[in-house]
Design a binder for this molecule. Structure first.
Ligand SMILES: [Cu+2]
Length: 138
């Protein structure tokens, strides 16, 4: 019986370490940008956004139709998100959404929905930044 409990504990440890493992880390930097602006991951992989400066967050605005978008993250806090639905996701930092602090996540090499992302009307530096990022995807 004790042995069985031990096995369950080991199994739980293994599971939680799998959940916490990040496949990619993106920094929210002091110069109002994400350190990786086009992130490419496989289906089921996890990205962690790490603040290296205060006052930033991660807010997803668009993704593939089948995906439920993650909740807006808290300011100055790390956030880990697992992506289970293939497609391209667009996000920004809420206070710097016009300052070019935007990013794309391409899951499973699927860019079939980027036309919808291209239709987003962004303001300030983010407009030309998005155009540039989408060009790099093609
Ligand atoms: Cu920011």
């Amino acid at each position: 019986m004790i042995f069985r409990l031990f096995i369950i504990k080991i199994a739980l440890l293994f599971t939680s370490s799998l959940v916490l493992a990040e496949d990619l880390t993106i920094e929210m930097t002091p110069n109002r940008s994400f350190s990786i602006e086009i992130a490419r991951i496989d289906v089921g992989q996890t990205i962690e956004w790490l603040p290296t400066a205060k006052g930033h967050n991660v807010e997803f605005r668009l993704g593939p139709d089948a995906a439920k978008l993650p909740k807006k993250s808290s300011f100055s806090k790390p956030i880990s998100i697992k992506f289970d639905t293939p497609g391209t996701y667009f996000y920004w930092c809420t206070p710097h959404k016009n300052s070019g602090m935007i990013g794309l996540v391409v899951v499973g090499d699927d860019t079939s929905n980027i036309d919808k992302i291209a239709e987003l009307e962004l303001a300030g530096m983010s407009s030309s930044k998005l155009t540039k990022l989408l060009t790099e995807l093609n």
